[in-house]
Write a protein that binds this ligand. Structure first.
Ligand code: AHM
Ligand code: MG
Length: 363
């Protein structure tokens, strides 16, 4: 990896040995963002706190069996889903670390029905933090990876803390988005609007260090991610796209595609940010009444910002995710994320389906 000049290795000291740091810490990176892009210091501190929450969640997951923290919490969340103990633990970690920042006015979590207001009179410049504390938590029972997702909106004006609808702001208002992957290593990937950057938790050192500066999604891809067991319920444009991909080199695409599905969007998106691809969770006949599967404010919006910052595209098939005006805190949307040319092709299939007119997907 070639690091930008601002991160030229500098000797630091561990014990009495000088150690060159070829991978700057998250703090060094954020302070550089503060110097070069004017990122607010409060945002730097908030991001450090969120990173700490993710490191704590990572170790709670790894030790879950010993602490009796795997399995159901015996409660259900607003989505009607059974909460795992670790869903609740991860939510508490996010909340308590966000509370360290006096500029955080409100929290919107997948695990909490109502908005958690931290300020009585939120003013312009305050932050609202949206998060899914543990995404893909069904993977926990079988020791597969999971993740966390978050985003931050900075208020353009004062809002009313007695009305939960005040936090229903479109994704285009986000100033920061990110996620953590609790995999073989713990990754922390963020954007503050100046590209997407990936960090890895340096075990034993207690710090995230930069490993991927300026992650970009290749425009073209031969890999996609969808829960294919829902095939019979999909709308025609999605079925057409899928059928053309699996038809392989003898089909209309003239090439073979690979398919991956991890059951945790964070992991699928991390793979796409690393080597390209497309992720689809469309609306279908079984989830149409709910509007889809994934939640707009704390799943789709943060990922859409990251995907666009990395040069990809994020849509419902019919509209750009970041332009959707939310109607409720836990609203769901169809999502199609990933490599630009491939997502544009799917959008073209939606237009053709609506108009009955054939288009050239390449134009
Ligand atoms: P969760 O936030 O309740 O874990 O649900 C969201 C997850 C996504 O991460 C993942 O892509 C999807 O649900 C998996 O759904 P399915 O059960 O259809 O495989
Ligand atoms: Mg989720």
């Amino acid at each position: 990896m070639t690091l930008p000049m601002a991160y030229a290795p500098r000797p630091t000291f561990q014990g009495n040995r000088a150690m060159p740091h070829t991978h700057p810490t998250l703090r060094q990176f954020l302070l550089n963002e503060y110097r070069t892009h004017g990122t607010e210091k409060d945002l730097v501190f908030l991001l450090e706190d969120i990173a700490t929450a993710c490191r704590v969640i990572s170790s709670r997951i790894r030790n879950g069996s010993f602490e009796g923290e795997l399995g159901s919490a015996g409660s259900t969340n607003i989505q009607g889903e059974t909460q795992k103990q670790l869903d609740v633990i991860a939510n508490d970690e996010f909340e308590s670390h966000c509370r360290n920042c006096s500029r955080v006015a409100a929290l919107v979590s997948e695990e909490v029905e109502e908005v958690t207001w931290l300020k009585q009179r939120p003013v312009a410049g305050d932050y609202v933090v949206y998060f899914d504390p543990l995404d893909g938590s069904s993977n926990l029972d079988v020791n597969l990876s999971v993740g966390s997702i978050f985003s931050i909106v900075q208020l353009a004006e004062a809002i009313d803390a007695t009305d939960d609808r005040s936090v229903l702001l479109p994704g285009s208002e986000q100033i920061c988005a990110g996620y953590a992957v609790y995999g073989p290593a713990t990754s922390f990937v963020i954007t503050t609007g100046y590209g997407v950057h990936g960090f890895t938790n340096h075990l034993g050192h207690g710090e995230f260090r930069l490993v991927s500066h300026g992650m970009t999604i290749p425009e073209e891809t031969e890999e996609f991610a969808i829960n294919a067991s829902r095939h019979t319920r999909w709308d025609p444009p999605i079925r057409r796209y899928f059928d053309e991909c699996v038809a392989g080199s003898n089909g209309p695409r003239g090439k073979s595609f690979n398919m991956r599905w991890t059951a945790s969007m964070v992991l699928d998106i991390h793979r796409i940010l690393t080597r390209g691809g497309v992720f689809l969770y469309p609306v279908d006949s079984a989830n149409r009444a709910q509007g889809g599967k994934l939640r707009l404010l704390y799943e789709a919006n943060p990922m859409a910002m990251l995907i666009e910052q990395a040069g990809g595209r994020a849509t419902t098939g019919r509209e750009r995710i970041l332009e959707i005006q939310p109607e409720s805190s836990h609203e769901r949307v169809p999502v199609i994320f990933g490599s630009k040319a491939e997502v544009e092709r799917i959008e073209c299939y939606f237009r053709e389906d609506a108009s009955g007119q054939a288009e050239d997907p390449a134009t």
